[in-house]
Design a protein around this ligand. Structure first.
Ligand code: SAM
Length: 350
């Protein structure tokens, strides 16, 4: 049970923070502006690079943060300078009444951007309510445009539903969604130029992501990785691309538009071969209430139990500030002795 009075306590808290200028900054002088909130560890897909197919031990309901707890953490983070919130998982659409959470988060003064990363399965009937609730943007994962390959990667027969979801997002008036595609050699790497055509015909922004060593089966192998550079070369065999500026230095993607003026965009996210840790502005909150300072961090910082034992907002803020000071300079994927974190992407929150 939360014991805060969300009126007076909240106002006092904001005043103290403005006066003390307490913001989230790490010891490498990076400001934290982006909080990724995993709302569930569950997912209805079983992407082989992300989540096991069986023997999964899900978190129990009482282990997960309640919406009230998530809202409180978001409010504290925003009071400390966070401007962007992204809901993720697991699969955020399968958490009950996610529209309610969206509505509450959208109301927090200071939130400039509220986004969701989803597999879009079932989005067809949810896009309009999510838009009405105040969601600003959608990122949708889709690794293949071929039903069989899609099924091979996700272990689910879901391509039609995902494509319907993308269409619904566009129809609901969202800005053209970003489409995340993890490129894996021997599986979908021959499709990158087809995805570029998909961007041209629908106006979406493709985001080709390098496969990272975060998979459950520890099957990651450099030979399966298709570098961002190679993805670009393959697209350029079909279409001329023009680089464009990043919106912000912390943006993860190198961005390109089509030189012939066609709609759509191409983004390359290359965390392995072109790491962007130096400009990282992200902090993650797991569904079971742990702050994580890096995807590849070996440490969880439990904020849930502090709230449940009755810490004040001030104490929660102090904990967040101290946690951010422990943020790693960067991941060490390319260094000898790199150790893969025990939690996979689906449990951390992508
Ligand atoms: N269920 C939602 C979805 O499918 O978008 C949100 C969670 S998912 C973990 C978020 C993103 O992480 C997806 O785009 C997924 O492709 C990406 N991802 C998961 N494991 C990855 C890995 N090992 N390497 C690169 N990207 C990964």
């Amino acid at each position: 049970m939360l014991i805060w009075d969300r009126g007076v306590d909240r106002i006092l808290f904001v005043v103290v923070h403005i006066m003390t200028e307490a913001f989230l900054k790490d010891k490498f002088n990076r400001s934290i502006r982006d909080l990724r909130i995993s709302v569930t560890d569950r997912c209805n897909f079983r992407c082989f690079y992300c989540i096991p197919d069986e023997d999964i031990v899900w978190k129990r309901k009482q282990e997960l943060l309640t919406y009230e707890e998530i809202i409180l953490i978001a409010e504290v983070a925003v009071s400390l300078g966070v401007e962007k919130l992204r809901l993720t998982g697991g699969e955020p659409l399968i958490r009950r009444d996610i529209e309610f959470l969206v509505e509450q988060l959208a109301r927090i003064p200071g939130v400039r951007d509220l986004a969701m990363t989803t597999n879009a399965d079932g989005l067809k009937n949810r896009a309009a309510p999510l838009k009405a609730a105040g969601l600003n943007r959608l990122t949708i994962s889709c690794d293949s445009l071929k039903p069989e390959t899609f099924k091979q990667i996700t272990r689910r027969d879901g391509l039609r539903s995902v494509l319907d979801g993308i269409e619904a997002a566009l129809a609901a008036g969202f800005p053209p969604p970003k489409i995340n595609c993890v490129v894996i050699r021997g599986m979908n790497d021959t499709e990158v130029a087809d995805f570029a055509d998909f961007a041209r015909s629908t106006g979406v922004s493709m985001r080709f992501i390098e496969y990272m060593p975060l998979d459950n089966g520890h099957m990651w192998d450099r030979s399966l990785l298709v570098s961002g550079r190679e993805v670009l070369e393959r697209i350029r065999e079909r279409h001329e691309l023009t680089p464009i500026e990043r919106d912000a230095p912390s943006e993860t993607a190198l961005r390109y538009v089509f030189a012939d003026g066609s709609p759509g965009e191409i983004g390359i996210i290359a965390p392995v071969t072109m790491a962007f840790c130096g400009a990282c502005s992200r902090l993650r909150l797991t569904a079971d209430g742990n702050l994580r300072t890096c995807l590849f961090s070996m440490i969880d910082h439990n904020i849930r139990d502090r709230m449940r034992r009755g810490d004040t907002r001030e104490e929660i803020a102090r904990f967040m500030i101290d946690t951010v000071l422990k943020k790693e300079e960067g991941h060490r994927i390319n260094e000898p002795g790199f150790v893969q974190p025990p939690r996979t992407m689906s449990f951390i929150g992508g």
